[in-house]
Design a protein around this ligand. Structure first.
Ligand SMILES: NC(=O)c1ccc[n+]([C@@H]2O[C@H](COP(=O)([O-])OP(=O)(O)OC[C@H]3O[C@@H](n4cnc5c(N)ncnc54)[C@H](OP(=O)(O)O)[C@@H]3O)[C@@H](O)[C@H]2O)c1
Length: 345
């Protein structure tokens, strides 16, 4: 039976207006693949970077954005014995989540315990895995260490705060004023980065410096983060938020050509600078390709934490596919607390 698929496409790289809702027929399901009916998909800043064509993983246009999804198995391709129809699964296809259906290689799907809420798992699968791996696989965070978390009220930021609180970190976070009560409720001392120089603010709270900084902003911001480290500390750089201005590339010359190479320059500079203060890069897709076993165990750990309600993802808003353009505008201009989720149920 032909399957009609409503989905969003990026026709050409550009602002939120390039996102178009369309419908097409799903192709024949290939051997080794599973067709998933998507129940919930994340909308994240990385999707904006892809829409503008500045993310290193951006595919050629036209493409369907959407890094992460949760869904139920709709059909199983030849040679896939281990998935049952209607079984809950999740995936990080990097693009393709803004759709009713997606075909995924069976070995890339993550089985989800049936009792978990798909909307919450949609937050977990990308944001919390990123946060968890940065904290424990890269920074090796220990109780009572000090951490500065940039964009602390955002999708990754709130995940870092909830996991950091769980493991007893002392946390400072940059965010717009409207998010400060959320930050305080997660045991974080807020810094209004729009009104205050964050380097001066952190030096005020922690004159000896912090053990780790999580910097998704990128560019020269990375080096300012380096300045608040104590000797032996590290900046985990993981994003290119500053490649866009108000969520758009516009006429800016910043972006793909500058974002990543600049980070590598700061990494190298940290190795030749005094104080054993390092800049290190984290990328979920690269670590997953390198260590798929870590990815699997970390996700299981997060499912346990969710089941025991020790973490509770902050869902900013649930939207439909029609609301995606507006969601991109909101994320681009800031002020979104937690993660926006497309609810397809
Ligand atoms: N490396 C990886 O594996 C990986 C994985 C996932 C995401 N990422 C990256 O992580 C970053 C965050 O993603 P997200 O989806 O969680 O986005 P987000 O943090 O929810 O949204 C971006 C937020 O950044 C804040 N912001 C902008 N400029 C800032 C500045 N100079 N200082 C402090 N905060 C600033 C704004 O917060 P206010 O409203 O507070 O102003 C805005 O809401 C993106 O660059 C994304 O590409 C990387």
């Amino acid at each position: 039976v032909p399957v009609k698929n409503r989905h969003i496409i990026v026709e050409r790289y550009g602002g939120p207006e390039v996102l178009k809702l369309t419908e097409s027929e799903m192709p024949l399901l290939k051997a080794g693949y599973v067709r998933v009916r998507i129940l919930a998909a994340g909308v994240s800043y990385a999707d904006l970077l892809m829409r503008e064509g500045v993310h290193p993983e951006t595919p050629p246009v036209p493409f369907t954005p959407g890094w992460d999804f949760v869904g139920s198995v709709y059909a199983v391709g030849e040679g896939v014995p281990y998935f049952a129809l209607r079984q809950m699964v999740a995936g990080i296809p990097i693009h393709g989540g803004y759709a009713q259906y997606i075909d995924m290689p069976a070995n890339e799907l993550i089985p989800i315990p049936a009792h978990l809420n798909p909307l919450q798992v949609a937050c977990l699968i990308f944001n919390y895995t990123t946060a968890y791996q940065m904290l424990y696989r890269v920074a090796h965070a220990q109780p009572r260490q000090r951490a500065l978390i940039h964009s602390a009220g955002g999708g990754i930021g709130t995940a870092l705060l909830q996991l950091g609180r769980l493991y007893g970190l002392e946390m400072y976070g940059t965010a717009s004023l409207s998010k400060h009560s959320l930050l305080r409720s997660l045991n974080c001392i807020p810094i209004d980065y729009k009104q205050q120089d964050f380097v001066a603010a952190v030096r005020h709270f922690a004159p000896e410096g912090v053990d780790m900084v999580f910097d998704g902003i990128g560019g020269p911001h990375t080096w300012r983060s380096w300045q608040v480290l104590r000797p032996g500390g590290q900046v985990i750089t993981y994003g290119l938020t500053s490649s866009l201005e108000k969520g758009q590339r516009g006429q800016s010359r910043r972006g793909r050509l500058i974002g990543l190479p600049q980070i590598f320059i700061y990494i190298a500079r940290s190795y030749v600078s005094r104080g054993r203060k390092r800049v290190r890069l984290y990328s979920i897709q690269n670590l997953r390709r390198l260590r798929p076993d870590w990815f699997k165990t970390d996700i299981q750990q997060l499912f346990e934490l969710l089941k025991d309600r020790r973490i509770e993802p902050v869902i900013a808003e649930c939207i439909s596919l029609e609301g995606v353009e507006d969601a991109h505008r909101k994320i681009g201009t800031g002020g979104v607390s937690g993660k926006i989720v497309i609810n397809m149920t």
